[in-house]
Design a protein around this ligand. Structure first.
Ligand SMILES: [Zn+2]
Ligand SMILES: [Zn+2]
Length: 732
């Protein structure tokens, strides 16, 4: 290799592939040579696979049998920064490198040669005759705001045949164009003026801009109550980053939020940014990936996996709603995008902004310890603070069975309807009823594959397992005692609450917001826009509503069961309840002239968490919570790792777990302790028996090395799956 990282033809290089091998493979550099980091196609057995030139070859392989790289792909090489990030992330999460590379190359057609293609967009004309199919095509093109589609994307999205589209092309209603497959995104104008900022916002924005100017790593916790204008503030940091010619990434916890956010970016910078999440088409995905690598995308708005994109020069990562649990991936690769964002930024001299109204205890503690800068946006922009919050003590209420809305809450809703204002009733339970019980024998209907009760979804007319997604029709007779007509719902879900609302307020317009009631992110987005425009008097919602949607007419929030989250044995039960209820309550009264009200129905209004929520003494809550964790050595004052074992064979999983726990030498060497094995709270999922072990260590212990040595002592049987979850967030 030469000094500038170039390998000449025939040089031995190590290639990391996306195949499940535990090492890089040696290949010879191809005709014309290749740079370090090059994306390549290499022969592996009879196949050709994608890989990246990771460094010089190991040379521990018969030279005569080393094969040559087939070809170098026409995309910029992976930068040293991203290669180091993938390596560090793999080490931290104990993930094989091949899986990391798969995460970083999740774009279709990377191995295809760049070429032209036909795309279709809205033209000027009107159809000679409007049909249902033609109307769907036009509606699809309009919904995506001028984006071009390929024939297959357009026909699939609109649900029409190709001939319908070709007919519209003939009439000039749809225009057919040949374009290079992947085009740069429109430039964002970072010099455009933003919205006028309040004094607090301006001060925070100036601090973020100054941090950005330094061009070095730093993390800022941007804390501000709902409606305090955090977005405007961090968009100033984005402007600073773009002005420096660097790229910015904004992570959002929920796809449904992207639409609203993209519009804000467009208002601020005059064009839409690149998008990266499960809702974008495959064509757009590849374009996004390539343009990020080439520098043709300045700003990316995306889900957690956007963190693994091949940025050319990443200068800023914003993690919005940083406390949100959806940043933690608990499948294949177990990682927390919030923490990995900080890692990546530290490797590429970027700034991180963690934005939240209710930060995670981890981030709060890092700010307390001086590792993160803390910026606070106190008062709401142009409005009063949090809503007026009160508990409704359910112990003194006589609510008829099968009903959940107290008299006081009912009267409050009535008053809002009379004033033309909106109310939100919050219940974090999807479906109609969480339990279906037989009144004859007491049997509760469970999932056949999991240790979980089936949840009735009356809207879909099915019972659904929230663990594995299995559904079945509601039976007529009890599966246990076979008595007919005695199956009854127990407890409320949002659909059942909606029934109660309709009977209590027959004149009101009611909207239910629950993720499972919408076929697509777009349908949900439309519903949210309709509600925001005044299309409902009463909104019933799950935690979906806690995530940053803006409903200007909403002045009352009723939390149906404020105790719900407190019942778990989860380490973060208190923290989550505090965050969720504060977030939901914060939805009330965002307008300037109206003070919102939040009413919390509770059976334990004296519980410390409920009292902290009501008093609004956030610092007090965090300090008390932090102290409790410190005393018992729990995160962030200690380290945890979860080991999840699963197998179709119950004996096998128990034997393996017990043996693993017994041979805890490598853990004891670093002072770590192992607890378990114990059946996981959900002990059977999709027919697999699940067992958990928990490893606990002091802060600062090099836990990953000890875990690797510990697990390597045993051979994992074929049937058995072993996953390691570093810093577990959930314990199911
Ligand atoms: Zn029965
Ligand atoms: Zn199930």
């Amino acid at each position: 290799m030469t000094d500038n990282g170039w390998y000449a033809k025939g040089d031995l290089v190590a290639v990391l592939t996306t195949q499940p091998l535990d090492r890089c493979l040696d290949y010879a550099a191809p005709e014309g040579g290749c740079p370090e980091g090059a994306f390549v196609e290499v022969p592996l057995g009879p196949r050709k696979v994608l890989g990246v030139v990771w460094g010089p070859g190991a040379g521990d392989f018969d030279r005569a049998r080393v094969r040559s790289i087939d070809r170098v792909l026409d995309v910029p090489p992976m930068q040293a920064e991203l290669r180091e990030f993938l390596g560090r992330c793999a080490d931290y999460t104990l993930t094989p490198m091949a899986s990391m590379l798969r995460m970083a190359t999740r774009a279709p057609g990377l191995t295809d040669a760049p070429s032209m293609r036909w795309v279709y967009r809205r033209g000027e004309g009107k159809p000679e005759r409007m049909t249902d199919a033609r109307r769907r095509v036009l509606a699809t093109l309009e919904e995506y705001g001028g984006l071009a589609f390929t024939m297959s994307e357009l026909s699939a999205t609109a649900g029409v045949t190709n001939s319908v589209i070709k007919g519209l092309v003939k009439q000039g209603v749809v225009v057919e164009e040949a374009t290079p497959r992947d085009l740069p995104y429109p430039r964002l104008d970072h010099e455009r003026a933003g919205l006028p900022l309040s004094e607090a916002q301006a001060a925070a924005a100036a601090a973020l801009r100054a941090a950005g100017k330094r061009g070095a790593y730093g993390t800022t916790l941007l804390k501000g109550v709902t409606g305090s204008g955090k977005t405007e503030v961090y968009l100033e940091a984005v402007a600073e980053c773009l002005a420096a010619g660097r790229q910015a990434l904004v992570l959002l916890p929920e796809i449904a939020l992207t639409g609203e956010f993209l519009s804000r970016v467009e208002r601020r910078f005059g064009a839409r940014p690149a998008e990266w999440h499960s809702g974008v088409t495959m064509t757009e995905r590849r374009r996004c990936w390539k343009m990020i690598a080439e520098g043709g995308a300045e700003l990316v708005v995306g889900a957690r996996s956007a963190l693994f994109l091949p940025f050319r020069d990443l200068g800023l990562i914003v993690v919005d709603e940083e406390h949100d649990s959806s940043y933690k991936q608990e499948d294949i690769v177990f990682y927390n995008a919030r923490d990995m964002a900080v890692l990546r930024a530290s490797l590429c001299d970027a700034q991180v902004v963690l934005a939240s109204a209710t930060p995670s205890l981890e981030s709060w503690a890092n700010a307390e310890a001086g590792k993160y800068t803390r910026l606070e946006l106190g008062a709401r922009f142009g409005a009063a603070e949090m809503p007026d919050m009160r508990a409704i003590d359910l112990r003194g209420e006589k609510i008829p069975s099968g009903r959940w809305i107290s008299g006081e809450l009912q009267r409050a809703v009535e008053a809002r309807i009379a004033q033309g204002e909106q109310s939100l009733l919050f219940l974090n339970r999807r479906g109609y009823a969480p339990v279906t019980v037989c009144r004859a024998c007491g049997h509760q209907i469970g999932c056949d594959h999991c240790d979980a009760r089936m949840v009735e979804h009356r809207f879909q007319k099915r019972l659904v397992c929230h663990q594995c997604g299995e559904t079945k029709p509601m039976p007529e007779v009890c599966p246990k005692c076979e008595v007919e007509g005695r199956l009854a719902p127990v407890g409320p879900g949002v659909e059942r609450l909606a029934e109660e609302v309709v009977s209590l307020f027959p004149e009101a317009r009611v909207a239910v917001l629950s993720s499972d009631l919408f076929g697509s992110a777009r349908a949900l987005k439309e519903k949210i826009a309709e509600i925001a425009g005044g299309g409902a008097d009463i909104v019933i919602g799950t935690q979906l509503v806690a995530k940053g949607h803006n409903f200007p007419l909403l002045t009352l929030v009723g939390v149906i069961d404020a105790d719900l989250g407190l019942q778990g044995t989860d380490l973060r039960a208190a923290e989550r309840t505090f965050q969720l209820v504060r977030q939901v309550a914060g939805r009330a009264g965002r307008t300037a002239d109206r003070q919102g009200v939040a009413l919390l129905q509770s059976h334990q209004p004296d519980h410390p968490v409920i009292r902290a929520i009501l008093s609004g003494d956030e610092e007090g809550f965090w300090r008390a919570e932090a102290e409790q964790r410190r005393v018992v050595g729990m995160p962030p004052y200690g380290r945890l790792a979860g080991i999840i074992l699963s197998s179709p064979e119950i004996a096998e999983v128990f034997d393996f777990g017990t043996e693993l726990a017994r041979r805890d030498g490598p853990l004891r060497e670093v002072g770590a302790q192992v607890f378990g094995p114990a059946p996981a709270p959900i002990a059977r999922v999709r027919g697999r028996h699940r067992l958990r072990l928990l490893v606990k260590a002091a802060k600062g212990v090099a836990l990953q090395g000890a875990l690797t040595r510990w697990i390597a002592q045993l051979r994992v049987p074929n049937n058995l799956r072993l996953s390691v979850d570093i810093d577990p967030q959930s314990f199911w």
